[in-house]
Design a protein. Sequence first.
Length: 507
Amino acid sequence: MSTTTAVIDLDLPGPVISRHVYGHFAEHLGRCIYGGFWVGEGSPVANVRGLRSDVVEALRAIRVPNLRWPGGCFADDYHWRDGIGPRDQRPRMVNSHWGDVVEDNSFGTHEFMELCELLDADPYVSGNVGSGTVQEMSEWVEYLTRGDDSPMAALRRANGRDEPWRVPFWGIGNEAWGCGGNLRAEQFASLARQYATYARNQGGNALYRVAAGANADDYTWTEALMRSFDSLADDAGAPAGPFQALSVHYYTMSGSWGDKGSATRFDTDEWYTTMAKAAFVDELLTRHSTVMDRYDPHRKVGLVVDEWGTWWNVEPGTNPGFLYQQNTLRDALVASVHFDAFHRHADRVVMANIAQTVNVLQAMILTDPESGALVLTPTYHVFAMNVGHHDANALAVHLRDVPTVEAAGRELPLVSASASVKDDAALVSLSNLDVARDRTVVLDLRGRDVVGHEARVLVAADPAAHNTPEAPDAVAPAAHDGVRPHPRGLEVDLPAHAYVTVSLALG
Ligand code: AHR
């Protein structure tokens, strides 16, 4: 097999990779909010007004750009007025989607907004379309964003917050084809227009409204939402309509929805099936974009992947409704492959939110329910290694001589790559999806002088390696010395099942 080559024109910057594709998602589900973010003011776990300090600190380090809340399916059962005012007087409800447990609403609007302030992240609030009223959504926006003495602004003040908040992102429903109402596409498209109309810009706050989009490859859902715009785009720009973006959800698993596969015990076939399904996200984005292009050729309407990531069977012995799963090097590579696709689609994909930040699905952070110990997952480390891509310009990466395997009915290229440039720095991401073989990649770097480089690697001997309170650094990034000068640029060693980033200093 000849050496794999990655040709990169460093002087041809493409569209900006929004930092918001590195967004996160926190639902009232299992131990994400309660025990994950929120421990309460009286907790022995160190906290700032009830919010876990170690979780905030770890997330600040990866520069979380935005946080989606309160769901997910929970959002369409959530009535925001239950989550304001004195905590001991807040009404309770049943969280019917996730474990059928009683939710005491001690984490509500003020707690979420405070969390965003501590994280320095933009709030992305999911409004309730499934079981909420138009008035309820409209008043939530007023409560959050209005500065004068309107009824909702006055209520917010009475609850201790004088200044309005800034809320840039607003979700219009969630999975309306399923838990968000079991609606037909055309029916939801009409409702989305109605609800989005009343989610008004107030107090100088401009909302970017995201209509609940398709389930994975349901391109007809995207078509129906795009058809609902008032006009086709002309040379003047975007199609007119009351929302600015649509979402899509896509989860990766090696098995089926009935038996998704274990997070930590998998064979070679399951490895490649997982990688092939993760890599499919690129085709998915291309095809949704193609549908959108017909109505919006200038790509003004955003595509928001506001739920993505791995979904495995829950860890043995844990509540099936809590979606708690371990996170291995395999999850890390699923993340890196998604980011490569988001970078390639930077002209359409404006935001993405991994599901979910703490203790649920493909988490960044796992916390031990007994000791409270915090563990950073391999996925966390991919987010950390990719910070240089935030708001950088995408660079095309042309791969040559990449071996493939047949998996999940597709040809899976065994190297995934992307790159970006910002000022005098470039960042190249390289994932070796070969579970067993090391590979060398030549970076054929054109257009600008490379005056320095530094590489990092995320790898372990076992592709199922993961971090625990006893071994928190079983998978952690390290300096990578497998990079050498090459007549065309650099030669980079990629260990089997490894993620490597190469930072370039440009002259
Ligand atoms: O992320 C878990 C769930 O997955 C969300 O609540 C829902 O939107 C999706 O089906």
